[in-house]
Design a protein around this ligand. Structure first.
Ligand code: URA
Length: 224
């Protein structure tokens, strides 16, 4: 929340600068407490995210990639950031790694992609697909946390090191933590490799298969 607050404060200062202010007393910003509450429906949250200009990525993006799927999904997948195809289409995981993710969901979990919810740590594409900076990730985080609060998934699968790191605060390498089960904030979190890593290293698919089999067992327990 601190990052969102700072970003909103910075936005106010830019506005004052545009209006011709060169110096300002800190007192001018006091009392203009920014409204930090986020909407309580997924549609309103999407509308707000689509208008977001809280970080530099808003200048280079084509579309905000909010996330998509069943708003009551029991299982949620969280990736890193939109790539070029996602940026063009405004939808998560629709490029080559998205095709692989969809196959993993359908062939191992035996459910349709649309039954799940898919989102990313950040909602706008970083230039040249670089890893999001901590500032970008923390500024965007309230949107993702609110999505999780509204969707209330029982299982979250993080895809790759970045998603795991920002969802847990843990910096242990993905090779070490993949397939481990972690209970936090009312859901079970399982990290696995990112599909784009699998495209470059197909031999790691067997590990992801093992991880998703664990996810399937957890899903079956939910319906018992
Ligand atoms: N990689 C991600 O992490 N997310 C996407 O949406 C696409 C590719």
């Amino acid at each position: 929340m601190k990052n969102l607050k700072n970003a909103l404060l910075l936005k106010q200062l830019y506005l004052l600068k545009q209006l011709g202010y060169r110096y300002t007393d800190a007192a001018i910003c006091k009392g203009i407490e920014p409204d930090l509450s986020l909407p309580d429906t997924i549609d309103k949250l999407r509308t707000q995210a689509l208008q977001c200009h809280l970080c530099e990525l808003s200048k280079s993006r084509k579309n905000v990639v909010f996330g998509e799927g069943n708003p009551h999904a029991k299982i949620m997948f969280i990736g890193e950031a939109p790539g070029a195809t996602e940026d063009s289409m405004g939808r998560p995981f629709v490029g080559r790694s998205g095709e692989l993710l969809t196959k993993m969901i359908e062939n191992v979990l035996l459910i349709e992609r649309k039954e799940t919810y898919i989102a990313n740590i950040i909602k706008c594409r970083p230039p040249q697909n670089r890893v999001p900076t901590p500032e970008e990730a923390h500024t965007c985080q309230p949107f993702l946390l609110k999505q999780i609060e509204l969707i209330k998934p029982r299982i979250i699968v993080t895809l790759g090191a970045t998603a795991y790191h920002y969802m847990t605060g843990d910096e242990t390498g993905i090779t070490k933590v993949r397939g481990t089960i972690r209970e936090q904030n009312g859901y079970t979190l399982i990290p696995t490799y990112h599909p784009s890593f699998l495209l470059r290293n197909p031999s790691a698919k067997k590990e992801v298969f093992e991880d998703l089999k664990k996810v399937k067992v957890l899903m079956e327990k939910l319906v018992q």
